[in-house]
Design a protein around this ligand. Structure first.
Ligand code: ZN
Length: 325
């Protein structure tokens, strides 16, 4: 089986990964798989909806992938997968994953077995689609570290978004599965800020281990999608023979023409097809209560400067819908 290149989108959830994945998925030879970390429970066990609108079990794409990779999804031991996940794929194990020489043999064996699930899945996706690149928008820094310890060719894109915008997004009820009408989890801003810290610090720790990492800001992706996509394609060695003709617009409004994607799990944008507007979501600047704004800023302050979020807030010109989480 051919082993494709993996473009792994990492960082805190609600930082534009679904948008980034959908745009990358329009490039020739690139298959957007969605949040692969959630495929096992939400896809195989809970049978949630694929980005194409079908149930996971009813989607012809995923059925073929399951057969090619595992001889059918019923042959996958999800309980075993989750046991391995608990043993190796946790934020607290990042220091150990960063220093493989310190790993106990039992940890290494569990990690290798855990990675076989991903390797078989990625290879099967490539086999079924003919794509040489698979995009995985799982986001967790701990999984990024696990994958960095595998023989796979993984290019890590670290997506960063202003933590105040992320915190606001997490306080809102957002559709996860537009077909089933289920919602993404909500949580308090302070908790989001601490997770934002740990996920971003986790991704920051990847580069010193010589893993190839490209940092991309959500705010740049939505204001200059062509430029950012060119940066990612150059970094990941993706083909751009077809150009970026699926992107258009001017400095005031931007859009993308999206086909059907079989992305599993993620926000409602994975279901979007046709011409989709790409707009900056600055709602939080008005809607986030001042005390919450200050609390999130205080909890993330060392990184606000690093990522360029300490500048004075731009004047609000319009309230827009939150599209690019
Ligand atoms: Zn599908």
């Amino acid at each position: 089986m051919f082993m494709p290149t993996i473009v792994y989108l990492g960082g805190m959830s609600r930082s534009g990964s679904t948008l980034a994945e959908r745009l990358l998925g329009e490039l020739p030879g690139v298959c957007p798989a969605g949040e692969v970390v959630h495929l096992w429970r939400r896809g195989i066990v809970l049978d949630e909806h694929c980005g194409c609108g079908e149930r996971f079990s009813g989607c012809p794409f995923w059925r073929k992938v399951g057969e090619a990779g595992f001889g059918g999804w019923d042959r996958v031991d999800v309980g075993r997968f989750e046991e391995l996940q608990r043993r190796v794929d946790r934020t607290r194990f990042i220091p150990l994953l960063a220093a493989p020489a310190l790993m106990r043999p039992a940890f290494r064996r569990a990690l290798d077995e855990y990675l076989t699930y991903y390797q078989r899945l990625y290879a099967a996706i490539s086999d079924v689609t003919g794509c040489r690149t698979v995009v995985d928008s799982s986001k967790h820094a701990s999984l990024a570290f696990c994958l960095a310890r595998s023989p796979l060719n993984v290019r890590f894109v670290h997506l960063v978004r202003d933590p105040r915008g992320v915190a606001y997004s997490w306080t809102r009820r957002v559709n996860r599965d537009v077909v089933a009408g289920t919602y993404m989890r909500t949580q308090r801003a302070a908790r989001t800020a601490l997770q934002w810290d740990s996920q971003n610090i986790g991704m920051e720790l990847l580069a010193p281990t010589r893993a190839p990492v490209l940092q991309v800001r959500y705010e740049d992706l939505v204001t200059a999608p062509q430029a950012v996509l060119r940066e990612i394609t150059a970094f990941a060695g993706l083909p751009t023979a077809g150009g970026l003709g699926f992107l258009g617009g001017d400095s005031r409004s931007r859009w993308a023409d999206l086909g059907v994607a079989h992305a599993v799990s993620g926000n409602r944008m994975r279901f979007a097809t046709g011409r989709v507007e790409i707009r900056t979501d600055e709602t939080w600047r008005l809607a986030l209560p001042p005390r919450t704004h200050m609390r999130v800023s205080a909890l993330t302050i060392p990184w606000l400067a690093r990522y360029g979020y300490l500048r004075a807030a731009a004047p609000i010109r319009e309230i827009v819908t939150d599209l690019g989480r």
